[in-house]
Design a protein around this ligand. Sequence first.
Ligand code: SAH
Length: 327
Amino acid sequence: MNDTPTPRGRIMLVGLGPGSHAHLTARAREAIAEADTVIGYVTYIRLVADLLEGKEVIKKSMTEELDRAIEAFERARQGRKVALISSGDAGVYGMAGPTFEVLFQAGWTPDSDIDVEIIPGASALNTCAALVGAPLTHDFCAISLSDLLTPWPVIARRLDAVAAADFVVALYNPKSGRRTRQIVEAQRLFLRHRHPDTPVAIVKSAYRPKQRVELTTLSRMIEADIGMLSTVLIGNSNTFIRHGLMVTPRGYANKYDVNSGATRDGERAGRSLSTGLDGWLASLRASGSSAQELAAEHRLPEDYIAALLAEAPDADNATPDTEEATA
Ligand code: SAH
């Protein structure tokens, strides 16, 4: 036994962003430089090949996620500095989750002898959105169509719920050589709730040499070229395409009347253009309708409406507050 204490190990979960060096953050680059060991899926290793000179490089296949995490843990335990690289962000369908699972299983805590740092990167939904316009400027969801670790009924239920709730959706892992039916089923579920002409963008290999952007519609998206490196963005009921750009308006209230140059009252006063929660509550009470009728009108659970109607009117005091919803 030698008495030299083992140096503190380090695991850096590095999000590479889309894959181009221009979109690799300064901290991600630094973390890779600091690392003596770099572990990742072959394709991601290739994306940063020129930064890896003199380092131990461990390439893994796509399905070896846990192996990658275990390997990182083993090295860090020996005092090494390990960069575990993911495309996009390591916390979005990336290595961050499996790594913590392995660490926790081994009894690791934040105070123990391995430091963990997560270095954020732009996820595919950010980078793909940037290439098509402004599709995510209202509420959105990400759903992975990969059913390797998630049962299909769970995925289908989520697709159905977000389609009904009118979220813009980013579909990750939409299709692979073997998984071809999932995207067809996703389309089928969406068509139950959304117009066939709903704008859809399919972005393949964003910010990589083989980048391809295709704008289409919900009813035609299946005909597009979709693969392992594609992200599918489905608009909400307000999303539109103009001059080749996919845009989701910021509000459901029609805020801008650019042609007439007119602004609406709310905009001038810097206040919200919807009546907001307080105004809506007041209108519920004033309507004289039953909880059942209001539930149907607003597509909300009847017991929720009933609970609101049962509350004292001054439970919500409508102090006017100034605008919070800009930029
Ligand atoms: N951690 C990654 C996601 C990994 S899951 C992130 O945050 O982006 C893999 C899926 O991500 C792919 O199937 C694809 O849907 C999406 N993706 C990753 N890189 C992409 C790119 N450059 N262009 C388009 N989609 C990409």
